[in-house]
Design a protein around this ligand. Structure first.
Ligand SMILES: [Zn+2]
Length: 89
């Protein structure tokens, strides 16, 4: 029994799922998370597709956009360049 089942970055909500890929896709119907392969399978199911389009206006499962941790490093890089420029004067 996985305690992170269906959680974001946890285990895929499909019990029989064997991909071992992190659950990064959100199912708007079950409100649980799935691995990309199961999410794709759910999205391409004709019944799910039609229901999702009617209820949500988009496909059933959508990938969760996770915050970009590199944004902090970009500022440090810019500051480093400015220091290098002033040392040449
Ligand atoms: Zn899965």
């Amino acid at each position: 029994m996985q305690h992170d089942k269906g959680e974001l970055n946890g285990t895929c909500n499909i019990t029989a799922c064997k991909t071992g890929i992190k659950a990064t896709w959100y199912n708007h119907s079950t409100r649980k998370h799935y691995c990309p392969e199961c999410a794709n399978r759910l999205n391409t199911d004709p019944f799910n597709y039609r229901d999702a389009m009617r209820m949500f206006g988009h496909v059933l499962c959508t990938e969760v956009k996770q915050k970009n941790e590199k944004a902090i490093n970009v500022r440090g890089y810019v500051r480093g360049r400015q220091l290098a420029t002033t040392s040449h004067r």
